[in-house]
Ligand binder design. Structure first.
Ligand code: HEC
Ligand code: HEC
Length: 171
């Protein structure tokens, strides 16, 4: 009986430790998850064709490049008037991966070579390393469409929450 109680106590301490780890919290280099951010124009103009990509997923130079090339944006014309474009650009820059202090953004930023300016989160070394177990065929499923559709598998992606406990791959 005593042994059994000890075992239960051990189990309880293991699960509370992993719950603590899974909840993210704070680490030596900032919180694990990206903070929720908001800007009304960004929300309206950048969610019409796809999910909203959290600014903490790319460095400032990538957002800058994306915002300067909206007339030829991944085969689409996503042009905006200058005032709207500049406001969204400022918002993205202020909250970009190289301005954030959270573990996710730091890792993404570190995975990009200094001379590179990726226009896709889905092509950063960080993304590739985190998804090496997801096959190309899975990304192409009708319910998913492409690796860029984070929201299909990470239901809280637009809030910047990519925690493992939330991941669900649709059939
Ligand atoms: C007219 C449609 C349209 C609008 C509006 C639009 N986009 Fe896109 N965007 C696309 C398409 C199409 C892709 C490629 C999606 C794919 O590969 O599945 C894309 C891809 C992206 C990607 C790369 C995703 C990845 O990691 O592969 C980023 C970042 C992005 N858009 C940012 C923005 C921002 C910021 C705005 C607002 C200023 C915006 N988009 C508005 C059509 C649009
Ligand atoms: C087909 C489903 C799918 C899509 C689409 C997808 N992911 Fe993931 N993602 C996963 C899976 C599965 C894992 C967990 C891999 C593992 O644990 O080995 C993961 C892991 C992650 C992690 C690490 C989580 C952690 O805490 O370890 C991040 C960050 C992430 N994805 C971001 C993204 C972003 C950003 C996008 C879109 C540009 C995206 N994912 C698109 C399935 C997906």
């Amino acid at each position: 009986m005593k042994k059994y109680m000890q075992f239960l106590l051990l189990l309880a301490s293991i699960s509370s430790t992993s719950a603590l780890l899974a909840s993210g919290g704070f680490s030596e280099d900032g919180a694990k998850q990206m903070p929720a951010v908001a800007n009304a124009k960004w929300k309206t103009e950048c969610s019409g064709c796809h999910m909203l990509y959290h600014p903490g997923l790319l460095p400032e130079r990538s957002w800058h490049q994306i915002m300067l090339g909206l007339d030829k944006h991944f085969g689409e014309n996503a042009s905006l008037d200058a005032a709207t474009r500049d406001e969204i650009s400022r918002f993205l820059a202020l909250n970009s991966a190289d301005k954030q202090d959270n573990r996710r953004s730091n890792r993404i930023n570190q995975s990009i070579p200094a001379g590179a300016t990726p226009l896709r989160i889905s092509q950063t070394a960080y993304f590739t390393s985190k998804h090496d177990e997801v096959s190309a065929a899975t990304f192409k499923r009708k319910s998913i469409a492409s690796a860029a559709n984070c929201l299909a598998c990470h239901p809280a992606a637009e809030k910047g929450d990519f925690s493992e406990s939330q991941i669900k791959i649709p059939r």
